[in-house]
Design a protein around this ligand. Sequence first.
Ligand SMILES: Cc1cc2nc3c(=O)[nH]c(=O)nc-3n(C[C@H](O)[C@H](O)[C@H](O)COP(=O)(O)OP(=O)(O)OC[C@H]3O[C@@H](n4cnc5c(N)ncnc54)[C@H](O)[C@@H]3O)c2cc1C
Ligand code: FES
Length: 277
Amino acid sequence: MNEPRTLAPPERRVATVSGVERLGAYDLITALDRFGPSDPRPGQFYMLAAAREWGGGGDERPYLPRAFSYARARVESDGLALSFLLEAVGPGTERLSALAPEEDLALVGPLGVGFRPPADGTRPVLVGGGIGAAPLLCWQEELAANRGSPAVRLGFRSAAHAQAAALFGPSAQVVTDDGSVGRQALVTELLATELDDDPRATIYACGPPQMLEAVRAFCAEREVPAQLAMESGMACGFGACFGCVVPTSNGYVRLCVDGPVINAAVLETALVAGTGH
Ligand SMILES: Cc1cc2nc3c(=O)[nH]c(=O)nc-3n(C[C@H](O)[C@H](O)[C@H](O)COP(=O)(O)OP(=O)(O)OC[C@H]3O[C@@H](n4cnc5c(N)ncnc54)[C@H](O)[C@@H]3O)c2cc1C
Ligand code: FES
């Protein structure tokens, strides 16, 4: 089977920020990529860095680029408008969240391998936790264009985080930890209801490790195929540093090359060492 992987040009290139939108607790940053491939696959990611003020300044070393799934890609006359949904959790994401229109964004990508089609005879069900909703947005759009709208089930911490759900349209079901939007529930409860109604599904999940592990264990128990978009610390993003390895039944794999989307059936656990959220 052909892997859903568009290869990145090897060099770092510069895109121009064209839009910055605050969505409650998150930011949606859009940048025009004039020189990269126009067909990234949903689930693939880019290594991003602000072209200016990236690192401590003066004689300090700049930060490493950070990994981000693309949330949307639109072909325009002068390039590809790439959108990223960010949560500011540290210095890199804070700087990216402070980007302004016309600023330069350095990027490498698309990287990794994206979501594979649903198993025969199953319908796709997309399950997102928090900022993990990001790669599901472009996957929802692609599925809707080719197979009809998929079920989308999203869980967020609070109403501020849940504002991102508006990107998915009114059919997305939303729950929150504090009950401020939808029911007070975990998104895995929505998944259980969905599979009780009709177990013939392929699950696509992205979110914090504890959520991914709950999805993995639940799908393993019910023998439902699942693809997990996973995270780990990524220093290089293209297979050189081995900082992103996870154990699978096929041995250790590098999430940046063989993932970030991993078939849940090859994992004993989706809890990745060293990830903090
Ligand atoms: C393939 C991939 C796709 C990603 N997509 C997105 C996205 O679409 N939107 C988004 O906001 N973030 C995404 N991330 C996470 C993002 O890369 C990290 O949050 C970012 O690197 C943090 O950088 P920082 O300098 O702001 O914070 P740091 O100082 O590096 O980290 C701040 C906190 O976040 C934790 N952390 C850092 N990196 C990760 C990670 N990869 N996984 C879990 N915890 C981490 C740290 O333990 C620390 O507690 C993705 C990561 C990967 C590997
Ligand atoms: S991030 Fe370097 S090998 Fe994966």
